[in-house]
Structures are given as C-alpha cells and as structure tokens.
Design a binder for this molecule. Structure first.
Ligand SMILES: Nc1ncnc2c1ncn2[C@@H]1O[C@H](COP(=O)(O)OP(=O)(O)O)[C@@H](O)[C@H]1O
Ligand SMILES: [Mg+2]
Length: 335
C-alpha cells in the first residue's frame, strides 16, 4: 500500500539579480533544484534516494516535510494531499539530519529535550512522560542514564541515536534520514543502519534513506531512486538495480563506489567531473555531457521516466551501459 505519493513536484529557488539585470529588467532567474519528480513510497519499505551532492535530494526531502514550498506538484500522504500551510499530518513525517548535534540544545539534558517535545505535542499525560523518555532510549539502544547527559558528552554515533529518538518521540509513520550516517565511521554507520532496519520492523516505520553513498543504501533499502540534477533518472528494486543498472549514471555511480569488489556491475564507466549547475542545465538528457553513450538524440531530447524491463528509467538507451559496458562506447566526453 502506498503511504506517500509525490506527484510532479518542482522546487525552485529564486536567484539574486545582478545590478545589470535589474537595469535591463531581466527576469529573476530561478534555480530548479527538483524538477517534476514523481515518486511513491510503499508503507513499511525503506526507499533509498541516491545521487551526487547538489542533485536535489535534500530539497526533495524538505518539500515532503513542508520546509520548502514547491512551485508545482503535490504530495499525497495516505491518499490525502499535504498542504504547505496546514501541517496536520506533518508530525507523522519526521526527518533525521546528518548532524543532529547542531540542532540539539547544548545546555539541555537529553531527558528534558525529549520530555519537552512530548509535552509540547501532548503525546503523553505528564505522569507518563518520563516512562516514554526511557522507552525512547530503549528503542535506540542507549542506556537510560544518558537521559541525564547533555548532548556534547556523547559520541557522533550516540548523538545520531538521540536524533533518531527525538524523531521517534513524535510517533512518525515515515522517517526521512538525510545523510544521517554520512559523518560517521563505517562501523558506526553500519550500527545506525541496523538500528533503522530494526525500527522499521518493530515500529512499522516507513523510511526514506537519503545518501550520496550507494554502499549505504545497498544492504538496507528495498527500493532505490537515483537522482541527477533534480530528476529521478532510475528507480527499481535494490538488488536488480545494483546487478543491472539501467541508466548510465547509475552504472557510473556503481563503478565509482569502492566497496563493491566481487559484485562490480558490468562495464567500466567512470564518473568524470561534476554535475552541471542547475542554472546551466544541458539540453536533452541532463546527464548527456558526462555520458559515454550520448548521441544527438540524447543531446536534444529529454528522455521521459518510463518502464523498461521492470525498471523505471529515463534514458534513450536503457541498460546499454551495463549490458555492453561503457568501454565500447568510447571515452566519456569532457575528459
Ligand atoms: N535554500 C537554498 N537556496 C538556494 N539554492 C539552494 C537552496 N538549497 C539548495 N539549493 C540548491 O539546490 C540544488 C540542490 O541542492 P540539495 O537539495 O541540497 O542537493 P543534495 O541534497 O542532493 O546535495 C543545489 O544546486 C543547491 O545549491
Ligand atoms: Mg543534501
């Protein structure tokens, strides 16, 4: 069953105008961070959203939780539109950020921070608040005595658990973890990802896991959506997407990931350079300047996201990058 449906969401950030632009009355340019994105999230699944930095992952998440207002499209939660101004359902969607410490009040104990949150939202009668705080610590596998600690006494991984506890305090159905493990050591990353898996099972949570790192989503996510320059370029079941990527960008991301020995996808595409700025969007397929398979059609016609062999992919040559390998298609352009 679908819990969250994102329909044709577009988010733009107006850019400052130069003095000359003002004099010549050039319209204010807008940076399109999320470009007509459709995505649905099934109840109880863990959906990975991956892509290089700047491709619009956080902006999409912020649009879902209502921190930025989309210029177009809608988000349906459990079949009901989430409106920007009426946040009745918003508590059911919580976000965990990369560095929760920066948003934790350093002078407050963890217990008082959680208690305040629970009281503010009237989630428990006053006499049950302390029990609930202890329950939250149990849920994130931290000792209850940490409730008396201030955040700075804890390690990065422990603070991330507090960030998760704080999100869980609001009893969400959907948790959006935005680069939640990016700043942590690999072993600590694994323990936090395992915690998310347990929480999904124990609390029936639905999770959107955002990461620039494919290795992070690989073992945890049921489905993966790959973003590039504000667009979803491919999405599908994790195992299938990893074993036979349909989009050359996915192929290149996989090839660039260091930890896939033994299960490297076919092809040796490398990811050269950086994604272009959304302000200088290439015509045609947004990936064409970096794509080893790009031809005239790719440079002029934007491929729609369409089903190909059970995968959603926006490419004129789906699966070509993993079937034949990028080797045969010449070196990437712009090298
Ligand atoms: N508040 C903002 N104002 C202006 N531009 C922004 C803002 N937030 C993000 N952007 C731009 O939107 C694009 C997508 O950014 P972001 O969603 O943070 O990507 P990601 O999370 O994938 O790294 C980038 O070009 C970024 O510079
Ligand atoms: Mg981000």
């Amino acid at each position: 069953m679908t819990l969250l449906e994102i329909r044709d969401i577009t988010v733009e950030f107006p850019q400052p105008r130069s003095f000359v632009d003002m004099l010549t009355r050039t319209p204010r340019p807008a940076l399109r961070a999320v470009d007509h994105v459709d995505l649905s999230v099934e109840r109880g699944e863990i959906l990975g959203v991956v892509g290089e930095s700047g491709c619009g992952k956080s902006t999409l998440a912020r649009a879902i939780v209502g921190l930025v207002e989309p210029v177009g499209g809608e988000v349906l939660y459990d079949g009901t539109p989430l409106t920007f101004d009426r946040h009745s359902n918003r508590r059911r969607i919580q976000m965990v950020f990369q560095d929760p410490a920066s948003s934790l009040n350093p002078s407050m104990t963890i217990g008082s921070m959680l208690a305040e949150l629970i009281a503010y939202h009237h989630l428990r009668p006053p006499e049950q608040v302390q029990d609930r705080c202890e329950e939250l610590m149990d849920l994130v596998n931290l000792p209850r005595r940490y409730l008396a600690y201030r955040p700075m006494r804890l390690s990065g991984g422990q603070r991330q658990r507090i960030g998760i506890a704080r999100a869980l305090a609001l009893e969400p159905d959907l948790l959006i973890a935005d680069e939640s493990v990016a700043a942590l050591d690999v072993s600590v990353q694994a323990s936090i990802l395992n915690l998310l898996l347990d929480l999904r099972d124990d609390l029936d949570l639905t999770i959107i896991l955002i990461s620039h790192d494919l290795a992070v989503v690989r073992n945890v996510c049921d489905h993966v959506a790959v973003m590039y320059l504000g667009n979803i370029v491919e999405s599908g079941p994790t195992a299938e997407l990893f074993s036979s990527p349909a989009h050359p960008y996915t192929t290149a991301l996989l090839a660039a990931a260091p930890s896939f020995d033994g299960s490297r996808p076919p092809g040796n595409a490398r990811l050269e350079g950086e994604p272009p700025s959304p302000l200088a969007r290439p015509s045609g397929c947004p990936f064409n300047p970096r794509c080893p398979l790009a031809d005239d059609e790719c440079r002029t016609v934007m491929p729609p996201l369409a089903i190909s062999d059970g995968r959603l992919v926006a490419c004129h040559k789906p699966f070509a990058s993993s079937r034949q390998g990028a080797r045969t298609a010449g070196p990437p352009t712009g090298e």
